[in-house]
Design a protein around this ligand. Structure first.
Ligand code: HEM
Length: 409
């Protein structure tokens, strides 16, 4: 370990502890991850009483190890959503997850998704006609995922801003370090009531081209009043919005802020943009780590993990493991394809992965069609956070494309 890097680590982590709440760690955790990957890749964080796993191979393996469970009473997600697929293991988890392929498989998303996403993108970008400077974080990233997720759930898209206020409160409770659990639980309960009410009054016709996620959830639970309905409905609302909002900012930041001949993105080249988005999400995953609990004694890289230990798996550090990715700190869209762990792996792999990519790629294509000279407007605010990492704002400038044969709009 280089002495400058070690000094930097000591400054960040003076007592051999990682301080998740420290501003420097929240904005720039990368030097800490790098040094720990080299010097202590299964690191005991005494302050949090948990093991922190940082190497790609170990994280990928842990995500498929059934001795590392999600079902544990103190997990924040369990205390906020109740018992959902996120906090279930084995056969119980498989049963809770079964049936969602009808909405979330690549084929399903390729079918209904194109129309739904096109409408959502149009609704997001239409109000920006004529604008030359925007805060992308507020006007696009905070809107598009709600335009998509409300349509998918089958609730009015105009409720998006109200929903977002409550979703944010839930997300703060799930973050690391977490905000007040009571506020998150109260917000979850408001969202539950809203979604139950919406499900009772659902009017989407059976056989509609766009299936309703709420109707599917009701069919599975038996009734909107069944406890299995509410928590899962709120989980989908949050999962479809918070991470996507963060990811949209990361994607734009990466696409626009990385100079160099092989990093400039041609907006009209769908494949290049798609590769840029995938690489952006490897480089800066919105969810930096996920928590598991050991149901048995086990060993990771020679470190003994006693039963009932909390084990934090660093997706972010794994995505920058130099044994797997060359020059891992560089955003490099032409990088040889290698699966990042941004969407997890194993039984809990993100259900929304195809929807998320379809949404991001459709937005990028629409931006390229409507605008030209898209650029950052001044130095970008840093990405910040651990659970839902994003910048506070993201100022962009662009010019409307001339309509063929018409005046500049
Ligand atoms: C860039 C956007 C997204 C990212 C980075 C992301 C990331 C993740 C990750 C890391 C997990 C695994 C959690 C674990 O193993 O404990 C997960 C699970 C999940 N995601 Fe996503 N997600 C995104 C978008 C979405 C969308 C759009 C939806 C749906 C509308 C969604 C629905 C879910 C669900 C339901 C689970 C739980 C799966 C299970 O426990 O079996 N996600 N997501």
């Amino acid at each position: 370990m280089g002495s400058a890097a070690l000094d930097a680590l000591r400054r960040l982590d003076p007592d051999g502890l990682i301080d998740f709440g420290a501003e420097q760690f929240q904005t720039d955790p990368w030097p800490v991850y790098r040094e720990l990957r080299r010097s202590d890749p299964v690191h005991w964080i005494a302050a949090n009483r948990m093991f922190f796993v940082l190497k790609y191979e170990d994280v990928a393996h842990a995500l498929t190890d059934d001795r590392l469970a999600t079902d544990f009473p103190v997990r924040a997600s369990r205390r906020i959503f109740g018992s959902t697929m996120l906090d279930a293991d084995g056969a119980g988890h498989r049963a809770l997850r079964q049936g969602f392929g009808a909405l979330f498989s690549a084929k399903a998303v390729g079918g209904y998704g194109a129309q739904l996403i096109a409408e959502a993108v149009e609704a997001t970008l239409a109000p920006l006609a004529g604008c030359t400077n925007i805060d992308f974080a507020q006007h696009v990233a905070a809107r598009l995922p709600y335009e998509v997720t409300t349509r998918l759930l089958g609730v009015p898209p105009q409720d998006g801003p109200w929903l977002r206020e409550h979703v944010r409160a839930v997300a703060r409770g799930l973050d690391f370090p977490g905000g007040p659990l009571s506020e998150a639980q109260a917000a979850e309960s408001v969202l539950c009531d809203y979604l139950r009410d919406a499900a009772r009054h659902s009017t989407r016709a059976a056989g509609s081209a766009v299936p309703s996620l709420l109707d599917l959830l009701v069919r599975r639970a038996g009734s909107p009043d069944d406890p299995r309905f509410g928590g899962t409905a709120v989980l989908f609302l949050l999962a479809g919005t918070e991470t996507s909002e963060a990811a949209l900012c990361t994607m734009m930041l990466a696409l626009l802020s990385q100079p160099g001949p092989d990093t400039v993105v041609d907006w009209s080249d769908g494949d290049a943009v798609a590769a840029g988005i995938r690489e952006a999400l490897r480089w800066e995953p919105p969810t930096q780590s996920i928590l598991r609990y050991a149901t048995d004694d086990l060993t990771i890289r020679g470190v003994h993990i006693p039963r009932r230990s909390a084990v934090l798996l660093s997706l972010a550090s794994a995505n920058r493991d130099e044994e797997v990715f060359d020059e891992p700190d560089r955003w490099w869209p032409a990088r040889p394809a290698r699966r990042s762990l941004t969407f997890g792996a194993g039984p809990h792999t993100c259900l929304g992965i195809h929807l998320a990519y379809a949404e991001f790629e459709a937005l990028a294509a629409a931006l390229g069609r409507r605008f030209t000279d898209i650029a950052l407007d001044g130095p970008a605010a840093p990405l910040r956070g651990h659970g839902f990492r994003r910048p506070v704002r993201l100022d962009l400038r662009w010019r409307q494309r001339r309509r063929q044969g018409g005046p500049r709009s």
